[in-house]
Design a protein around this ligand. Structure first.
Ligand code: DER
Length: 231
């Protein structure tokens, strides 16, 4: 089984939790892509769902699959969000944002009664922080914000650098929300809750990729089958 088949197997398990009539949040990334693809097949066979996408990319994929879309102005609560993750620790705390959709993903997950993460086994880690932590920042005052984030990283023992996503290509990445992303290379995050608070206290920081206490179930695909992790 190759990585893509593993992702699809995890997505299929999450789809098994979806009931007709549900209001769903649709995640972003290569694993969530399979969930949306499989959901499309069920919709075409008469499955009745109403979905809120976590990115323009997912919205486009959902539309092309005939999946009915709504938004969080119309709906205030969703039953379930299914999304991927860059890292998953034993408490099911996550790092997300590798695909740049973390703000809408967190807004949608927070509006959902339950969040299920789907991933291949490479995402399961003993502690968060080997994957760089995405920090979504407002363009205005970027220099001041970047220096403030650097000070927080130093206080929290970050081992590595703070990179503006896309800088290496000469073209900064811009999120669906019109913001920029700083990727913080930690190595290991020892106090995620304190780090989350310190980052969100910086005025120019919009949000970050630590999803703490939000995920209650994960389907992890391994070559020997899909494992279910519960918080
Ligand atoms: O950017 C994101 O938050 C994605 O969900 C990411 O965390 C997982 O993407 P992948 O399924 O392509 O690895």
């Amino acid at each position: 089984t190759n990585a893509d088949e593993l992702k699809r197997a995890a997505a299929a398990k999450a789809l098994g939790e979806v009931r007709s009539g549900m209001r769903l949040g649709l995640g972003t990334g290569s694993t969530a892509w399979h969930f949306v693809d499989l959901l499309g097949e069920k919709v075409r066979n008469g499955f009745d769902v109403l979905c809120v996408p976590t990115s323009e990319v997912t919205a486009e994929q959902a539309r092309s699959n005939g999946i009915p879309l709504s938004d969080l102005d119309t709906l205030d609560r969703l039953d379930l969000t299914v999304d991927g993750a860059d890292e998953i620790d034993p408490a099911l705390n996550l790092i997300k944002g590798g695909g740049g959709a973390l703000l809408r993903e967190k807004i949608v997950a927070a509006a959902s009664a339950e969040m299920i993460v789907i991933a291949d086994a490479s995402k399961v880690v003993p502690a968060l922080g080997r994957f760089p932590l995405p920090v979504e920042v407002n363009r205005f005052g970027l220099g001041a914000t970047r220096r403030a984030v650097r000070r927080v990283l130093d206080r929290h023992g970050a081992q590595g650098e703070l990179r503006l996503r896309g800088e290496e290509t000469g073209q900064a990445f811009v999120t669906d929300g019109g913001h920029l992303i700083l990727d913080a290379f930690f190595g290991r995050i020892s106090q995620p809750e304190a780090l989350s608070k310190d980052l969100l206290d910086i005025p120019g920081v919009v949000q970050h990729g630590l999803f703490l206490g939000m995920c209650s179930k994960a389907y992890i695909a391994t070559p020997n089958g899909v494992e279910r992790l519960l918080k």
